[in-house]
Write a protein of this length. Structure first.
Lengths: 89, 603
């Protein structure tokens, strides 16, 4: 199991479109994926879960992967977060 | 059966509709529809919990699966039509909704709920979705609170399919749908089912659903306030999308008058097709340009169909709002704008830079006590170079593809024009440095929608290339009235002499230095106003494309000199009702064939 803290960088936060991107990316991997925000934790492969994080610009999230391809999954997820989901920061 | 009780409660609690009751709203898609009402209630009434016999649990799970499949089928259709009519970008929200149907936080939870509690699927869906929604609704972010509507849409869709299987047939063909609010997706599905028209309690002329109704040719009314409480399923109703009226349980006389009216409207539409290629000019040879107000590239085919010569107002907000994100990149905007310009050339496309604030969503989740007097239009753009500069660069880059103009919204002071021009010059210099082609003489105009601009029109005319009068806001600011407020909406009068006086000042100042005046507010679609506006000196009328043929009909039936006399009369009129009656008679006498649609039912 590996975990990593990331920050939401795009201005609009995790609205529908970035949430879809996160879920679609996570679903490409076998590993289980949990996102924690403060005391709240959700299944990162669920779009409803990701949306209910209500994460805005600047929010810090902990990404937790557990499975055979956890390294690759984390790397892919970090990339889309760093990229601000292709949106304006 | 709980569903049945709900349905009864929905219809029985209403007071019986009185005959011939007329409700006023805003017509957003012209045409006349006559038929039985179908009250399409959002599933905001609760589904009751109902124990399911252990032997029936598997069956209940199957019902849930069937409802999910039907919802998937709906969404696939919606995505296909949205892509075709409005483009790929608009479909992303529905694609996300599709993803939600089998979401790990939804589907398995509902199934587990049905199994463990032995309860009906509808209640399970409602419970699971409410739990998720509550979390979102508790968010501090306005945007994310609003997004909980996506979950509500999904919940409604699933529950409706669950209910439909038992007691409700799908929206019936040949009905008029009455709803609190519909989405563009609803209109697409209903239109495929052959509904005749629709009326909504909420919504505005530029909302996504209104644009879709116009694109599909479904007569539609919005801002009806309480239509859903006045109408019961099965009531005979008339949707008059031209006058913006809903008539419930019309008497024989009204009904037969409307049937005639409907036939005449169909005939007029036929004649409109012949008008499309004829010049827009008065009997004494004065040309009046007719242009289109547009929100989306996908509306472009409507330009040629209705004889528009260019775009007088391209609202760029839709691009953002539909994307649901704070900003569309410069690259995406440049591509979008280029496609529009190429399609419209050799005619001109006028892009209004982002007009955020007021009644339009601010992506930053900013709230104000008095938004109409607050941070909006050019005020935001000058404060937010990160919004302004990418958009300017995109418009400039696109301007290499054909005639393009830039329009500034909500300008109040000449200093704003100067500050904008400074940014424009810097942006042009940067593009030139990069060797990117653009139109270095791109005309820049201002919206005349704040009285200060009309009163100082001479000053502004020296520094801009054209004026565009926005009558909706101008009227609101001149008469200090919010037309959305029922208590004072009656005071809202776009033909008030004070409003017309400001339009005249604007035209006189513009013509003194040889720049054109366009008018792009709803007033352009008020056929009574058309002769007056020509008389005041307006050079171009810009409106939603479907209204242009009727406007052209009026222009071709009048002399400009008559318009001038009518303008003088309007400027001195002290009785709006008297002037309205006078104009109706005038239109009738001039055989434009349109007065019929302004006056009450034919006698």
């Amino acid at each position: 199991m590996i975990e990593k803290e990331v920050t939401v960088t795009n201005r609009a936060g995790l609205h529908t479109r970035p949430a879809s991107m996160i879920v679609r990316t996570a679903s490409q991997f076998q590993s289980e994926f949990i996102i924690q925000k403060d005391d709240y934790e959700i299944n990162g492969k669920s779009i409803i879960g990701v949306m209910t994080l209500a994460a805005e610009q600047g929010a810090t999230l902990t990404l937790i992967f557990d499975g055979s391809d956890e390294q690759e999954a984390l790397k892919a997820m970090e990339t889309i977060f760093e990229d601000g989901f292709g949106e304006v920061k | 059966m709980p569903g049945v009780q709900i349905l009864h409660a929905m219809t029985d609690s209403q007071t019986p509709s009185e005959p011939n009751a007329i409700t006023k709203g805003i017509g957003v898609s012209p045409g006349i529809a006559i038929g039985p009402a179908y009250l399409y209630a959002r599933v905001s009434f609760d589904v009751e919990a109902k124990a399911v016999d252990p032997a029936e649990i598997e069956h209940e799970k199957q019902r849930f699966e069937d409802a999910i499949r039907k919802a998937e089928r709906d969404l696939h259709k919606i995505i296909a039509v949205t892509r075709e009519k409005l483009g790929e970008d608009s479909a992303t929200i529905f694609e996300a909704q599709l993803l939600m149907l089998r979401d790990q936080a939804m589907y398995p939870e509902v199934v587990a709920f049905i199994e463990s509690k032995g309860i009906n699927a509808g209640y399970a869906v409602q419970t699971v979705m409410s739990k998720h929604r509550q979390v979102m609704e508790a968010s501090d972010s306005e945007y994310l609170r609003e997004r909980s509507n996506d979950l509500l849409d999904i919940q409604d869709r699933i529950i409706r399919h669950l209910r439909r299987g038992r007691i409700l047939s799908a929206v019936d063909e040949e009905t008029i749908v009455i709803a609190e609010n519909l989405t563009a997706a609803d209109i697409i599905l209903f239109s495929r089912r052959g509904i005749l028209g629709c009326a909504m309690d909420f919504g505005g002329p530029t909302s996504h659903v209104s644009i879709m109704a116009r694109a599909l040719g479904v007569p539609a009314l919005v801002s009806m306030h309480d239509a859903t409480t006045r109408v019961s399923t099965g009531d005979l109703v008339i949707v008059d999308g031209i006058r913006g009226e809903l008539i419930v349980n019309p008497d024989e006389k009204t009904l037969s008058a409307y049937r005639t009216k409907q036939k005449r409207y169909a005939r007029l539409q036929q004649q409109d097709r012949q008008l499309v290629d004829l010049p827009s000019e008065t009997l004494d040879g004065h040309a009046v340009a007719l242009q289109a107000n547009l929100e989306l590239r996908e509306e472009l085919p409507l330009l040629q169909q209705n004889g528009a010569k260019g775009i007088g107002l391209f609202r760029t907000e839709m691009l953002l709002l539909m994307e649901g994100r704070a900003l569309v990149t410069e690259e995406e905007q440049a591509l979008e704008y280029s496609k529009v310009i190429e399609a419209v050339a050799p005619h001109t496309t006028t892009f209004r830079i982002l007009d955020l604030g007021g009644d339009k969503l601010l992506p930053m989740g900013h709230r104000e006590h008095n938004p109409f007097l607050g941070w909006r239009g050019i005020r935001i753009m000058l404060d937010k170079p990160e919004l302004l500069i990418p958009q300017l660069r995109a418009i400039l880059r696109a301007s290499a593809n054909g005639p393009t103009r830039i329009l500034l919204p909500m300008v109040t002071r000449i200093g704003e024009v100067r500050q904008f021009k400074k940014v424009l010059a810097e942006t042009m210099a940067a593009l030139a440095e990069e060797g990117t082609p653009f139109d270095s003489d791109i005309p820049v105009g201002v919206m005349v929608e704040v009285p200060s601009v009309a009163l100082q029109a001479g000053l502004f005319a020296e520094e801009v290339d054209f004026f565009s009068v926005g009558t909706n806001d101008l009227t609101q600011y001149v008469l200090a009235v919010d037309r959305g407020n029922d208590m004072v909406a009656e005071i809202y009068d776009e033909l008030h002499p004070a409003v017309l006086q400001l339009i005249r000042l604007t035209c006189d100042a513009a013509h003194a230095v040889g720049i054109p005046v366009s008018l792009c507010g709803e007033l352009a679609t008020n056929l009574r106003a058309v002769p007056v506006l020509l008389g005041l000196g307006v050079d171009t009328l810009s409106a939603s494309p479907v209204y242009l043929p009727a406007i052209k009909r009026v222009i071709r039936a009048m002399k400009r000199t008559e318009g001038q006399a009518l303008a003088d009369r309007a400027l001195t009129s002290s009785d709006p009702e008297e002037f309205r009656v006078f104009m109706d008679r005038w239109l009738e006498e001039h055989a434009c064939g349109v007065s019929f649609f302004l006056e009450g039912p034919a006698d």
